[in-house]
Design a protein around this ligand. Structure first.
Ligand code: FES
Length: 154
């Protein structure tokens, strides 16, 4: 069941769009901000609220990689694996992150502090390799910069 606050925020967004389906990504992001991820139950509730089928909403959710359909840690690291980052050292960045966190791509640390996910181009190819932690962009990555960045997220 959606909370009063979630419904109020979704309706505030809906006021700016011609159809309710047009805000489906925003609605999922609102619920995700409150709950951390989009469970099957949340997906059903959002679909019902917007008058969409669950299948249609789920297809949007699974296509859009900033919607989390599984629980994630307190901080989500999204490491870019697109062409520029790949050329500029994606493998080293991924290996260093995996080593420092003790997890593989797609996993969450046992203390629930970090989830590590791949993502497509973050739009800063001229400063590759890059990663995003929550809403913060980190670029020109090397092992030292990665370590300093990880320290800032508790
Ligand atoms: S390819 Fe990584 S930021 Fe564009």
């Amino acid at each position: 069941m959606l909370s009063t606050n979630e419904i109020r925020e979704i309706e505030a967004e809906a006021a700016h769009y011609p159809t309710r389906q047009a805000i489906c990504i925003d609605a999922m992001r609102i619920v995700q901000r409150h709950r951390g991820w989009i469970s099957d139950e949340s997906l059903h509730d959002i679909a019902a609220h917007l008058g969409m089928s669950v299948t249609d909403l789920d297809s949007v959710a699974t296509f859009y990689n900033l919607i989390f359909r599984k629980p994630v840690g307190r901080h989500v690291i999204m490491v870019c694996d697109s062409v520029s980052c790949w050329i500029m050292g994606y493998d080293r960045v991924r290996e260093h992150l995996c080593k420092q966190l003790g997890i593989r791509l797609g996993e969450t640390t046992p203390d629930n502090r970090f989830t590590l996910l791949p993502i497509v181009c973050l739009g800063c190819c001229d400063r590759a390799p890059a990663m995003m932690v929550d809403n913060d962009l980190h670029n020109d990555l090397d092992p030292q910069k990665i370590d300093r960045a990880l320290e800032t997220y508790r």
